[in-house]
Ligand binder design. Structure first.
Ligand SMILES: [Zn+2]
Length: 71
């Protein structure tokens, strides 16, 4: 038996996740989950573009070509 008259449960005002990474926000850094995410968002606002602090740089992508020359 189904009950079509049952209204959907009213959702409680649950906390939204961090808008940057989706993790549960921390009250101290709200609406973010951490100081890191807060800093990233701040940098985005200040810079006008989405810029990540230098700590995120990954220079491992720079792979030198293998030495193939012969003598
Ligand atoms: Zn976050």
């Amino acid at each position: 038996m189904t009950d079509p008259a049952t209204p959907p449960e009213p959702e409680p005002p649950k906390q939204r996740p961090c808008p940057l990474c989706g993790k549960p926000r921390v009250e101290r850094y709200r609406p973010f989950c951490s100081k890191r995410c807060a800093d990233v968002d701040l940098a985005r606002w200040l810079g006008g573009t989405y810029t990540i602090p230098a700590a995120e740089t990954d220079e491992d992508d720079i792979v030198p070509p293998p030495e193939t020359r012969r003598d």
